[in-house]
Design a protein around this ligand. Structure first.
Ligand code: DNO
Length: 391
């Protein structure tokens, strides 16, 4: 019987959650990255080995890299993109030499994942991450003052955002600004308002078609290397899965990934199925995505979101919200039996609960909240696996 490989994200030595905490969560595999290496530089073998040794102290192994960031010059195919693609290839080779073979990346322009509220209080007193559409539009229109932004929203959205903006204290305005542009964990980029405006401007001539073709050109260069070294590249979907700030988004639906496969059928071209990111769209059928790309899914983020009617959502407990975790887990286990592999999964994000509420942690990456998540998922997995597959 093939079960998932249980993993946990760790941000390196500065992560308030220790490696022993991770061991005690009942996990063996770690998802980590060399966050201290500037975006675009080659990851040297010595640094990769050093990280592996750090993990070994707690008898943990490096299962998945999340992420090797893709430099903005590669996404825009400007500036030093040729050099950065070569560096990317070398990083893949170095990781492979060290036995680290599953590599996550994303192709979201300028910003990685985005939330407006990092401490949304739920009824039971726990805190969750939230994307509030009105607050987001208010930021875009009245704090960022992005050129052309008014034309992208409906009159009703503008009116609601105006109202929302008026109600905000200066402190709330500052917090929203920071939440959106100062960089969430793992995003590797952080901007001031002025830098952010400039970064957006770089995309003025780049629509979804162009961005997609830049991604395809990038994949055509790196997948032969990945194939040769038996690396699994897994692209992380857009979060949230639609355009923000007028920027193109090209990995928000199953069709988006299908387009990549059509152009780049190489075996290393895979998907990180993030149920929380895809799940924000009601037109994404997660079980269908799971089966449709069964040979391409090589990493899974389990997380559930609860949608509002207006495009807002908050992160729910792992077994609640809009994602049917039972069906998703069942589909994943079926794929694993068919492929005869264990696919790494991690509990993506968690609430701040119990002692998390009084401690400092990376937003979304508290210890006890994620422990609740992995414990629930592990129980779900065992229940399904034993009832369906044990002889
Ligand atoms: C959020 C994460 C993202 C993700 C990267 C993948 O918690 O899912 O930071 O790791 O976008 O490249």
């Amino acid at each position: 019987m093939y079960l998932c490989e249980q993993t946990w994200r760790w941000f390196g030595p500065n992560d308030p959650v220790s490696l022993w905490d991770i061991r005690q969560a009942g996990v063996n595999g770690v998802v980590t990255a060399l966050h201290h290496i500037p975006n675009g530089d080659v990851w040297p073998v010595s640094e990769i080995e050093k990280r592996k040794k750090e993990l070994e102290v707690a008898e943990l192994t490096w299962s998945v890299v999340e992420s090797v960031p893709v430099h903005e010059d590669i996404k825009t195919r400007r500036g030093d993109f040729v050099k950065y693609i070569e560096n990317y290839k070398q990083t893949l080779i170095n990781l492979s030499h060290c036995g680290v073979k599953t590599i996550t990346y994303n192709f979201m322009p300028v910003l990685d994942w985005t939330r407006t509220d990092l401490a949304y209080t739920l009824e039971d007193g726990s805190k969750a991450l939230r994307f509030e559409r009105d607050a987001f539009v208010a930021f875009d229109l009245f704090l960022l003052n992005r050129e052309g932004a008014f034309a992208e929203y409906t009159p009703a959205e503008i009116a609601r955002a105006e109202e929302r903006f008026k109600q905000m204290s200066q402190q709330e305005r500052d917090t929203i600004t920071k939440n959106i542009i100062a960089g969430l964990p793992g995003s590797e980029e952080s901007f001031s308002i002025e830098q952010f405006r400039q970064a957006l401007n770089v995309y003025s001539g780049i629509d979804a078609h162009k961005l997609r073709s830049n991604l395809i050109l990038f994949l055509k260069e790196i997948t032969p290397v990945a194939d040769k070294f038996e690396i699994k590249l897994v692209i992380h979907p857009d979060d949230p899965p639609y355009s923000i700030f007028g920027l193109p988004r090209i990995l928000s639906t199953a069709e988006d990934f299908e387009k990549l496969l059509k152009e780049v059928p190489n075996v290393s071209n895979g998907l990180c199925l993030c149920t929380g990111s895809f799940g924000v769209r009601s037109d994404n059928d997660l079980v269908d995505i799971m089966h449709r790309f069964s040979n391409r899914i090589n990493f899974v983020h389990f997380r559930s979101t609860k949608r509002d009617d207006d495009g807002s959502f908050y992160e729910a407990n792992h077994l609640e919200g809009d994602v049917d975790m039972y069906k998703v887990m069942k589909a994943l286990l079926e794929i694993e039996q068919k492929r005869e592999v264990s696919i790494p999964l991690r509990p993506d994000h968690g609430h701040q609960i119990c002692d998390d509420l009084t401690k400092k942690s990376n937003p979304g990456y508290s210890c006890i909240g994620r422990l609740r998540g992995i414990a629930e998922l592990r129980g779900l997995e065992m229940g399904i696996a034993k009832s369906l597959f044990s002889k």
